[in-house]
Design a protein around this ligand. Sequence first.
Ligand code: FNR
Length: 381
Amino acid sequence: MSKPLTIADLKTMARRRVPKMFFDYADSGAWTEGTYRANEDDFFKIKLRQRVLVDMTNRSLATTMVGQAAAMPVALAPTGMTGMQHADGEMLAAQAAEEFGVPFTLSTMSICSIEDVRSVTTKPFWFQLYVLKDRGFIERLIGRAKQAGCSALVVTADLQILGQRHKDIRNGLSAPPKWTLNSALQLATRPQWCLEMLRTKRRGFGNIVGHASNVSDLSSLGAWTAEQFDPRLSWDDIRWIKDLWGGKLIIKGILDEEDARAAADTGADAIIVSNHGGRQLDGAPSSISMLPKIVEAVGDRIEVHFDGGIRSGQDVLKAVALGAKGTYIGRPFLYGLGAMGKPGVTAALEIIRKEMDISMALCGKRDIQTCGHDIIADVKF
Ligand code: FNR
């Protein structure tokens, strides 16, 4: 394929390069995938207001998220096992984000560790925390994020139990993984990917292996991970984390106005309106359809961020117009990473920036920070 022009182009390229089980891992939602599809489809229900003959020179997409500068209102979302889309994936994505000037969020379930990412970056990145049952491990993990200079902690609230994705089960992608002839065939047809993986030693969950008690190798890791998500997690735990961390705190996975108010009550700095990219509660509304209600409920008390279904810069513009101070992309950067490694992540960010810039100009605006409801012509969710 020639130079990718859209996120969909990057997705096609990633599908060709990444073994099916790992491509599917990124490209799947829970159960029927109805919420996953709605996340993308509902953006088409928002119509932008075309304006003409206004000065469109000297445009700016620059903004801040939790007080930190961002070249545009887009951060890389935390995604588990990113290092399986491309060897050393988290390190490459973090470098691409740093060079572009947008925040990178490292997942607890990353292949490269906090220290690995720290070793290849010069500016602070953000760390995403799953509050697992082993609270001693969580305390140590937060200590490591502080030590690495992470400048925001993103606590994920919507994964007390794991949603079910049929593709992962069929591909044997479980904890522990089930290796079959089919998985061997999937790997065999992607030799380039395999060669790159052979060159790196980073394959397990880097934040966990060797750091959680009794997790020393991939098989003990599988058993440990399978039972670590905590169904008892509560708002008290969020307050405990907030005190322990002491820095910028973002609560991720809010899709309900009542939960948004409870999140604002904790004194956190921001929430992320999110349904985990349609990977948790299939049947939940699309993320974008809930954004206006949540902004209405708490927008004057807490910074409201957004993720889910963004596939273009125009989608970012629409989310900002509906009240998001910042947004996150998950799959778009994973497709870029899978397609071409670090240049692919940069390409995803470039594509989004260009689409956002042109769309903003054609809405008659020069500064993303002034784009509000006045650029929306119509919304029907
Ligand atoms: C995720 N997401 C996620 N969220 C989180 O808080 N911690 C994690 O480890 C992961 N892991 C993960 C893996 C993969 C492969 C995907 C696609 C997503 C959810 C992610 O942060 C974000 O909410 C969604 O990806 C946003 O939707 P889009 O941009 O992918 O449509």
